[in-house]
Design a protein around this ligand. Structure first.
Ligand code: FAD
Length: 452
């Protein structure tokens, strides 16, 4: 540890952002004896109603659960979730087909964003050495000095807080990252998808029950756009419409309640009777943007580091953004253990380990939009999926795991999952060609034999 770092070592770790990643990382670090100060620009969601910014519910899977297990919270959080064992694909004619995600019993978990964030804050705050400061917006960062300037939103006063290290867990439009962007050697790229999303609701039916089977993620795949629905504990579903911003079928075409109703009548007729507040929801709820953010490195010297969406926001189609952010926290804590909290080693190692995997996830997430909105209704895709699941069920995991299942039901790093899936595909192709060649040779032999 250098001299400046030694002098700083009594100071708190500063975390900017008490979202999913910030709240979990606070807990990991507090449990390792660090004093942690978390600054969050929004009010405390546990006592103030905050309008849902982003998705109301999320799919939690193995990577997220593994990180939560490391702080003993996996079971408590899973008990608030609804398992979804596969996709329920809704045809235009109202027909349903179920596509399992994995082996029988394997499921992703639908959980409320607010519930998970509140638990993480509660448990983190319970640690004596952690303090959350709500209504405190980070307005500047002294990158070399490991200090942040925060504005108290209630009084409009600003103050500088000195830490031993600053962690930017402040989401896709991170202030900490914006400050790093001004430094030479830091690379940054943001790609907005020309599609956006809108959240809608299917409330419980008149008997107070789920209006659709709750054990699945429902998809109305319409090739260029799609509607999905995830179940909530109150027996409602949160639906999300993903669609192009412009063009013949797009958000810009839906300007009036009449446009919205006609669009749903044409494309999602079986949902109309389930959405009594469709038009109100459509115009009350914001239209969310979809962005991929890549940057490099995730750290600045031994003073500053980005985690979660601040480092690598991805489009939500693989349901992995939060899972990857939780994985960041677990890996960060493991590196703290390995290097005894020497930030000069921890932070570069974090960049090195996480960057290739975040890039791989960005690629997977973009690809999965096409899979969800289009491939799921393709007969060839369905046949391949069936074969994948057959091999997955009947061969040991070390020998065969479909890519979806490596990403969702394992902790195999994302980049390795892609590489392994490519190897599996090559082996399958060789196997298929060999089988065809053998069948051809067998047929030729049999024809010859009959001629003789
Ligand atoms: C529509 C949609 C659906 C999704 N579905 C899934 C899913 O099913 N599964 C999944 O794993 N992931 C999903 N995600 C991704 C997931 O939401 C994110 O990856 C996750 O929220 C990242 O957590 P984070 O803590 O890094 O960022 P955030 O959750 O964005 O938290 C950042 C926090 O920082 C605070 N902040 C920002 N700026 C400042 C500042 N200047 N000062 C102080 N505080 C600040 C914010 O108020 C916020 O509380 C989805 C995302 C979207 C948009």
């Amino acid at each position: 540890m250098n001299e400046a770092a030694m002098v700083r070592s009594d100071l708190p770790v500063i975390i900017v952002g008490a979202g999913l990643a910030g709240s979990l990382l606070a807990l990991f670090l507090a449990r390792r004896g660090y004093k942690v100060e978390v600054f969050e620009r929004r009010p405390d969601m546990r006592v103030t109603e905050i309008p849902a910014g982003r998705s109301i519910n999320l799919a939690l899977s193995t990577r997220g659960l593994t990180a939560l297990a490391a702080v003993g919270l996996d079971e408590a959080i899973a008990s608030l979730a609804i398992p979804m064992e596969g996709r329920m694909v809704h045809g235009l004619d109202g027909g349903l087909s179920f596509q399992p995600y994995g082996k029988p019993g394997q499921a992703i978990l639908s959980i409320s964003r607010q519930a998970i964030n509140e638990i993480l804050m509660d448990v983190s705050e319970h640690e004596r050495n952690t303090r959350f400061h709500f209504n405190h917006k980070c307005v500047d960062v002294d990158l070399d000095g490991a200090a942040v300037v925060v504005r108290d939103m209630a009084t409009d006063e600003t103050r500088t807080v000195q830490g031993q290290v600053v962690i930017g867990a402040d989401g896709a439009f991170s202030k900490v990252r914006r400050r790093m962007q001004r430094v030479g050697g830091f690379n940054y790229e943001q790609d907005f998808l020309p599609h956006s999303y809108k959240e809608l609701t299917i409330p419980p039916n008149h008997r107070g029950e789920f209006a659709l089977p709750p054990g699945a993620l429902h998809i109305w795949a319409r090739r260029d756009f799609m509607l999905i629905a995830l179940p909530n504990l109150d027996r409602s579903f949160t639906c999300t419409l993903f669609m192009s911003n412009e063009g013949a079928i797009s958000f810009e075409q839906l300007q009036s309640p009449y446009d919205v109703r006609r669009f749903f009548q044409n494309w999602f007729p079986d949902t109309l009777g389930l959405m009594p507040t469709l038009e109100e929801d459509f115009f009350d709820n914001p239209t969310g943007k979809l962005v991929t953010i890549r940057c490099q490195p995730y750290h600045h010297g031994d003073t500053t580091c980005l985690v979660g969406d601040a480092a690598h926001a991805v489009v939500p189609f693989f349901g992995q953004g939060m899972n990857a952010s939780f994985e960041d926290c677990r890996v960060f804590a493991e590196l703290v253990d390995i290097f005894g909290g020497d930030w000069a080693k921890v932070l570069p190692a974090f960049s090195t380990v996480r960057k290739p995997n975040a890039d791989a996830l960005a690629q997977l997430s973009l690809h999965n939009y096409i899979e969800m909105r289009s491939d799921v209704v393709d007969p060839l895709y369905k046949a391949r999926k069936k074969m994948d699941l057959f091999l997955y069920e009947h061969l040991p995991d070390e020998l065969y795991m479909p890519l979806y299942d490596m990403v969702t039901f394992s902790n195999i790093p994302y980049a390795q999952s892609i590489a392994r899936a490519e190897r599996q595909d090559r082996a399958l192709k060789i196997g298929a060609v060999t089988a065809l060649a053998l069948a051809g040779a067998g047929a030729a032999y049999w024809v010859n034999k009959r001629r003789q």
